[in-house]
Design a binder for this molecule. Structure first.
Ligand SMILES: Cc1cc2nc3c(=O)[nH]c(=O)nc-3n(C[C@H](O)[C@H](O)[C@H](O)COP(=O)(O)O)c2cc1C
Length: 323
């Protein structure tokens, strides 16, 4: 797949997830084979007001490249200004516009998935942002607003015409939020209608899910979101399946080692207090399915120091190696 000067071998990407796909998560997913990752969504308005915390979320380096920075908002000029500023400051490989977020406080501002109900404004945003940057511009959309307004094909065509270089389709409507069940047909229809690359997204938890998405819809690549929770190896698994190679799942020792590394990266990035708190959900995901995981989770949630957390992870490793 080629998007302007960016070339991708397999089209396996890490999706944006607020509160999850921070720098540390992206490092691990790239290492395991994600070909590009997307930052958490950044408020164009906050960037406009010079909010440094928002800018911090855009951080990436060689270990997390290529990187796409996602922005959200509803004012074309402010979004174009934010995109141009991000490009100048960080030189991301791509800028993505969020048109799929279902969260109330975003939608009630006419942002995220609400833009799928206002294709004139969405088109204006894509036109204005794409003319303000040199990097490729992508748009992440849903199947539509609700079951009665599944307009992804019409909407994606308009975004393409307005200047989008790639479209990601999350095969659920806004009303479905994140409930199980993906409409692969709508992804297939968007892919058939568009000339620019189309990525499929939704419910990819295994290599088989990714292969099915690619084969059924004909999409150019996939974005993995919750399937990467505690499992950055999913990118390697998908890569092996696409290359017809055997995949060996990580051992408990490998999972614990990466969990520890994730913890230490979070602490290095955010300090011990915040790092430990943010690591809790990730560690619970890494430990899923291991013996004594439930007790370890409770103990980790009560731990206040990195040493304490590491000793709980060591304990889990010993207990599981005894099996
Ligand atoms: C915790 C969480 C945070 C998310 N944050 C974003 C975001 O910032 N931007 C975005 O476009 N999508 C966001 N999403 C949606 C995902 O990128 C993805 O479209 C969705 O989870 C469907 O994929 P999945 O079924 O594989 O999880 C988020 C999803 C989750 C679960």
């Amino acid at each position: 797949m080629q998007i302007k000067n960016l070339k991708f071998d397999k089209g396996i990407f890490l999706a944006p997830m607020a509160g999850v796909t921070d720098y540390s998560m992206r490092v691990l997913c790239h290492r395991m084979g994600a070909e590009m990752s997307v930052t958490e969504m950044l408020s164009a308005k906050a960037l406009h007001y010079g909010d440094e915390k928002t800018e911090d979320l855009a951080k990436f380096d060689a270990l997390t490249s290529p990187c796409s920075i996602q922005i959200f908002g509803h004012e074309p000029d402010i979004m174009a200004e934010a995109a141009a500023m991000l490009e100048k400051r960080f030189q991301p490989h791509m800028i993505d516009v969020n048109m799929g977020c279902p969260v109330k406080k975003i939608v009630s501002n006419g942002e995220g998935s609400a833009l799928m109900k206002d294709s004139v404004l969405a088109e204006e945003i894509v036109k204005t942002v794409s003319s303000a940057i040199k990097a490729p511009l992508s748009v992440k959309i849903r199947a539509g607003w609700d079951e009665n307004s599944k307009n992804a094909v019409y909407f994606a065509l308009r975004m393409e015409k307005a200047g989008a270089d790639m479209i990601t389709v999350h095969g659920r409507t806004k009303s479905q939020m994140y409930n199980p069940g993906i409409d692969l047909d709508i992804i297939k229809d968007v892919k058939s209608a568009l000339s620019v690359p189309v990525l499929g997204n939704g419910d990819i938890y295994t290599a088989a899910d990714a292969v099915h998405m690619l084969e059924y819809t004909g999409c150019d690549g996939v974005m993995v979101a919750r399937g990467a929770y505690g499992n950055p190896w999913i990118f390697k698994e998908i890569g092996c399946a696409l290359e017809g190679k055997e995949y060996n799942s990580p051992s408990v020792a490998e999972r614990i080692a990466v969990a520890k590394e994730h913890l230490s990266m979070l602490i290095a990035d955010k300090g011990e207090y915040t790092g430990i708190r943010e690591a809790r959900k990730h560690l619970a995901w890494y430990l899923k399915g291991m013996r004594s995981a439930a007790t370890a989770r409770v103990d980790i949630n009560h731990s206040e120091s990195a040493d304490e957390v590491v000793s709980i992870l060591d304990r889990i490793l010993t207990e599981n190696e005894k099996m």
